[in-house]
Design a protein around this ligand. Structure first.
Ligand SMILES: [Zn+2]
Length: 379
């Protein structure tokens, strides 16, 4: 299955369109209306355990006292799932082996320990409990010339090296400020950049003008399964009378393992206006999520679901677009954080929280899965 998804944010409205690869027609359109923001802060203090005797309670649960470096507050995960409570504190666990994790709130670092819970176990997290992070590999490609048949005939849009540098900085800024922080240090992105100097020809379909994966892969032989986790392509929408406007900002292919390149694929169709730096700064201030939004489509629609993780339900066919369904609001940054860290409250049942989570992010990356160097099951 190959779905192209596209996104446009107009104030509080997201429209999502899904293209079916076989029919190349819209198979679903969802327009989400604004909802009132629901403050979903989980800052409950763990109550002191009820004294049911100093040893294990009748249910076989034992009190575990957890401390953190400098008593910093952190979101507590047990066996990969967010608990809804904060550390430091005391929790009741079934006796036996568990993996405890704490995502430190201020320093944005995930710590984990394997423990054997017995009565009165005290667990002290230290900086040494930071697990080895996973390296994710991005290929960023700026297009110098993008060519297509617009309303006024064949034409091209162009980016200068300085323009592409600005787009690249926008991208790496988002990796550092959003993706890596929301992963609590469990992932680190290595970025390779290979701008394309020859004209890249647009494909025109019902979605509008797109830079297809095959068009890019034909020009960049380095794109092969197992090399990159995601390819990001940045191209210019509009220049003078040459206009490739379509009803989207970014596009993501949502099932990387089903693609020939077995790699996430994202394009950002950017309209720089009169001043690309000013335009990017506007996005950074008002609506900074385009890169993380599109990247999340590549792993949040099929990839982690196929590994058995519990992600949010889909809205209009897409989990990343379910923000309002779960009570989040524009510009969605808290949604992306909770989506990545497995802390989206699930009012409808079990599990209590949804999303990828630090343990999911410590698992196989897309390129590891593609190269078969990964023990977990694929799609
Ligand atoms: Zn989207």
């Amino acid at each position: 299955m190959r779905d192209a998804t596209l996104k446009q944010m107009r104030q509080h409205i997201i429209r999502s369109h899904i293209i079916n690869r076989f029919s190349n027609r819209y198979t679903g359109i969802a327009t989400m209306k604004p909802v009132y923001y629901i403050l979903a802060m989980i800052v409950s203090v763990i109550p002191a355990c009820k004294k049911e005797g100093n040893e294990a309670s009748a249910a076989g649960r034992v009190p575990i006292t957890i401390s953190t470096p400098g008593d910093e507050a952190g979101y507590l995960y047990i066996d990969g799932r967010y608990t809804g409570v904060m550390a430091p504190g005391t929790v009741q666990l079934t006796a036996g082996n568990h993996t405890l994790g704490v995502a430190l709130k201020n320093s944005e670092i995930y710590l984990k320990k394997a423990i054997t819970a017995t009565a009165q176990t005290a667990v002290s997290f230290t900086a040494a409990d930071k697990p080895a992070l996973k390296t994710w590999k991005a290929l960023w490609i700026g297009l110098y010339e993008t060519r297509g048949n617009s309303g006024t005939g064949d034409c091209s849009t162009h980016f200068s090296t300085a323009d592409l540098d600005a787009g690249y900085q926008f991208f790496t800024w988002s990796l550092r400020e959003h993706v890596e922080k929301y992963a609590y240090g469990t992932m680190k992105w290595e970025v390779e950049r290979r701008d394309i100097t020859v004209p890249v020809t647009l494909t025109k379909g019902s979605i509008g003008y797109t830079v297809e994966p095959a068009s890019v892969a034909a020009l960049v032989p380095q794109i092969q399964p197992g090399i990159y986790d995601c390819v990001f392509v940045f191209w210019r929408e509009k220049e003078g009378s040459c206009n490739f406007q379509s009803n989207y900002f970014g596009l993501a292919w949502t099932n990387p393992m089903a693609e020939p390149m077995k790699t996430g694929y994202v394009t950002i169709k950017f309209n720089p206006g009169d001043d690309i730096t000013a335009t990017i700064n506007q996005y950074k201030t008002n609506d900074p999520g385009v890169w993380i939004h599109e990247w999340l489509h590549t792993v949040g629609e099929n990839y982690y679901q196929h590994q058995g993780l519990h992600l949010p339900e889909k809205a209009g066919g897409l989990a990343v677009h379910a923000a309002e369904m779960y009570g989040y609001s524009s510009p969605w940054m808290q949604w992306y954080r909770d989506f990545m860290s497995g802390r989206v409250p699930n009012a409808s049942g079990q599990p209590a929280y949804l999303g990828i989570g630090p343990e999911g992010l410590l698992g196989c990356t897309v390129r590891e899965m593609a190269s078969g160097s990964c023990g977990q099951r694929g799609p």
